[in-house]
Design a binder for this molecule. Structure first.
Ligand code: TPP
Ligand code: MG
Length: 796
């Protein structure tokens, strides 16, 4: 009996010691993080970094949150989360400073290789050859982006992946990617950012879908200078969301309100909420109120300008770290001097880490400076006339205490300008070119996959047609294809408005939900923005989503996550994260202002980093789907609305044949003029070519097939060399994609050299197309207009 009692006492003592140790460790991390914010702000103000945004005032919530972030979990957050990153051990203070200095060495800033502003974190999801890592055995940070609430749509997909892995039988084999869907997606968002539609659409979709998502609203009462009363109904996001509260027998979300200075309270509630969402997949939201911003929003501006002095006083009084300190003392977990020691340690640790990061950042540039100075001084010896000016250049560079890479190049360039064509410039010019090349690798790589998972490296396999190949409607070709693809590739998922039960508005997925289940072929709410986010998050977790936008005109609703998130992901992570989402949509040639647009200029200009496929028919579309599914780049597929009921022959090798990207196809040979177009307009061009043939004018028609990439082998200029006349046609507005094609062929391919007459673009009118057949005829390019333009060109 006595033994037992002493065992219990020993155990209690042990667990008390462990508890105390954990609390003090959290306190230490909070102090370190605060010190980071203070020191980093000074770095910006003294000019060592350009901009800074920090997590001061948010420390306690984040050490608490980090306790429940398990291996396999994901975070989709924003720029306030440095403390969390320190606490889970995925960022060091040194790395934080490296990113602040925009150090382009991936070993120093492992989140973005200097490409992102500070506090934009990420961990690797794919290896160098583009293969998925064992995300189920890692802690995963999806790469942060700056647009407020931009992290929300992606979070839906990251969370939905867990549900998919748990509920779809075919996915259970991928144990590297998921532990039976036990992963929670932690989402952080600022109070003011909850005003964005992104927030509401995501929360509603998560509540409907019931996915494991834990949303933390960091409520510091302000979005830069604008207080809550202008942001949120009832000035409280948890109050405003009450109608979504999950009840017995309903879907919905669990809602908690906690105080940002209450360490113990947050630990308790976070533990409960996260356990529930992990087990049940009911989303949970923590409204973390009464947070502070000791240094204001960011280094651009000071909060004294807009916060009343009572608020500033309140923030000082209710500072989380101060409150935690009081709590530790009250509960006798440590003495005042022990805490002071931790505080002192934090200061020194941060100072040292900062210095190391600065040295690592500056070291390579200093070497470049030394090399450039030596070359320029040597040049000065060989060129006595320019010597004094050259020496002046090199000494200016030497005296620059915080030189940038561009300063080295500017100085070298100035020296070369001074020296002119002299032989002595050889080594300087050589070094200048080396540096240009190096900076290109540093700053201009990884927009797309460059390794084996590049869509550009997928081998071409031609479509094969047996003698008895059936002729089917375009939509039936797609339907057969999707059926085979879903049978073959268990990672494929498709979703969108009306895509599940009826198999999409044009029946490409007809019958496939019944065959492959609601998990894999599903209807969504009308929510283009989060359909895109759903696709992005699922793709990042190693699945292969086809995310549908019902009509191209509605891509606008979903464009932001594609442009800001999907298209930049590979670039902004230096190739460490990939998002092979396929956005499927249909466009061109329907009718009316919102059902026939062809905003291709908008698409290609906002989606650099995605591929843009514009197949002329559904067989070509199938080949492009195959190319995409053999690679990891995100893409948008724009099927021709009027192609679903056109007859096409069904290839025998449906799953194997591929259409290579950036390779145009000549679909009609001719000698007098080259017509360049894509998609639905090709048929109008064919009609015009028929008309022109009766006047002995022979047209060569080229289908570009993909707008991004565009004609990588310059096939179009080859045609132009033969015809010496060229016209670019599409249904976009003037100055849109036709102008882009024009620019590519004239400038990049040097097409201007082969012209006999001025090149033309024929496009839709600047207004949206009017409704009805006449509206269409007089709004978009038509065969007669093309005929007239080309006849005019032939007479010139
Ligand atoms: C779409 C978009 N609009 C505006 C901005 C500029 N901006 C950056 S942060 C911010 C305020 C965000 O406030 P809140 O969500 O409360 O987060 P906090 O910074 O207070 O943590 C604004 C307006 C932006 N980054 N993105
Ligand atoms: Mg705020």
């Amino acid at each position: 009996m006595e033994n037992q009692t002493s065992d219990i006492l020993v155990n209690e003592k042990l667990s008390f010691d462990r508890f105390r140790e954990e609390v003090l460790n959290d306190y230490k991390i909070a102090c370190i993080s605060r010190e980071v914010s203070l020191v980093a702000r000074k770095e910006v103000l003294t000019g060592k970094a350009k901009f800074g945004i920090f997590g001061d005032g948010k420390e306690l919530a984040q050490v608490a949150m980090a306790k429940f972030f398990q291996t396999g979990d994901f975070r989709s957050g924003y720029y306030r989360d440095q403390t969390f990153m320190f606490a889970i051990g995925l960022a060091t203070v040194e790395q934080f400073f490296s990113q602040l200095f925009a150090d382009p060495d991936i070993n120093n800033d492992p989140f973005s290789a200097g490409r992102q502003m500070n506090a934009h974190f990420a961990t690797p999801f794919v290896d160098q050859s583009g293969e998925w890592l064992d995300l189920a055995n890692r802690k995963n940070i999806s790469s942060d982006i700056a647009p407020t609430a931009g992290q929300m749509p992606r979070a839906l997909g990251l969370a939905l992946a867990s549900k998919s892995f748990r509920t779809i039988e075919e996915l259970k084999q991928f144990t590297d990617l998921s532990d039976n869907g036990n992963e929670v997606c932690f989402v952080t968002v600022g109070d003011a950012s909850t005003s964005e539609g992104h927030f509401w659409e995501t929360v509603n979709a998560a509540a409907v879908l019931q996915v494991p998502m834990a949303i933390f609203v960091w409520d510091d009462g302000y979005g830069i200078s604008v207080p809550k009363k202008y942001q949120t109904a009832k000035s409280s996001i948890s109050e405003a969301l009450r109608g979504m509260q999950k009840e017995e027998g309903t879907n919905g979300i669990h809602i908690y309100a906690v105080k940002g200075w209450d360490y113990a309270g947050m630990c308790e509630k976070f533990e409960e909420g996260i356990r529930i969402t992990r087990e049940t997949h009911v989303p949970v939201l923590f409204h973390v109120e009464e947070m502070t911003q000791p240094q204001g929003h960011s280094t651009s501006g000071s909060h004294e300008r807009y916060k009343p002095s009572e608020r500033l006083d309140w923030e000082r009084e209710w500072d989380g770290i101060k409150k935690m300190r009081e709590w530790v003392l009250e509960n006798m977990l440590a003495s005042d001097s022990e805490l002071s020691e931790l505080e002192q340690y934090s200061k020194e640790f941060v100072r040292e880490s900062r210095a190391k990061a600065w040295e690592k950042y500056l070291g390579p540039i200093r070497k470049q400076v030394a090399q450039a100075v030596e070359l320029i001084n040597n040049l000065a010896k060989s060129l006595p006339e320019q010597a004094s000016q050259l020496v002046k250049l090199s000494s200016e560079l030497v005296s620059n205490h915080e030189p940038l890479r561009r300063d080295v190049l500017k100085t070298l360039n100035a020296a070369l300008d001074l020296a002119g064509d002299h032989d002595a410039t050889y080594w300087t010019r050589d070094y200048y070119n080396d540096l240009l090349k190096e900076n290109k690798t540093i700053y201009n790589t990884f927009l797309y996959n460059e390794g084996p998972k590049s869509a550009m490296k997928v081998e071409e396999v031609k479509a094969e047609f047996g003698d008895d190949a059936p002729t089917l409607n375009g939509f039936e070709i797609l339907n057969r294809y999707f059926d085979e693809a879903f049978a073959h590739n268990s990672k494929l998922l498709a979703f969108g408005e009306d895509l599940g039960q009826i198999g999409d508005v044009n029946q490409g997925f007809s019958g496939l939900q019944f065959k492959y289940g609601e998990g894999r072929v599903s209807d969504t709410g009308i929510r283009e923005l989060t359909i895109m986010g759903q696709g992005i998050g699922l793709a990042m977790r190693g699945l292969r989503p086809i995310a549908e936008i019902q009509y191209l005109d509605y891509l606008l609703y979903g464009l932001e996550p594609l442009s800001d998130d999907a298209a930049t992901l590979h670039y902004r992570t230096f190739g460490q994260q990939s998002c092979p989402v396929i956005v499927r949509t249909r466009g061109h040639r329907l009718e009316g202002i919102w059902h026939s647009g062809s905003p291709m200029g908008m698409v290609i200009n906002s989606l650099r980093g995605m591929y843009v496929c514009v197949p002329r028919n559904m067989v070509q579309a199938v080949g492009m789907y195959n190319t995409l599914l053999n690679s990891n780049d995100p893409a948008i597929m724009i099927e021709c609305l009027n192609g679903y009921r056109l007859k096409e022959k069904l290839p025998d090798n449906l799953l194997e044949f591929t259409v290579p990207f950036g390779i145009p196809e000549i679909i009609r040979h001719g000698t007098d003029i080259t017509i360049v177009s894509y998609g639905a307009t090709l048929r109008i061009a064919q009609n015009a070519a028929d008309l022109l043939e009766t006047f002995d004018i022979s047209c060569e028609i080229i289908d570009v097939q993909t707008l991004l990439p565009f004609d990588i082998h310059h096939k179009i200029v080859d045609s132009l060399k033969k015809t010496n006349r060229i016209v670019f046609i599409d249904e976009d507005v003037p100055g849109g994609a036709a102008a882009y094609m024009f620019n590519k062929v004239m400038e990049e391919q040097g097409g201007y050299r082969y012209l006999d007459v001025a090149p033309r673009t024929i496009t839709a009118k600047a207004h949206r197309p009017a409704y009805g057949s006449d509206g269409d005829y007089f709004s978009k390019p038509n065969a007669e207009e093309i005929e007239a333009v080309i006849k005019g060109m032939m007479k010139e």
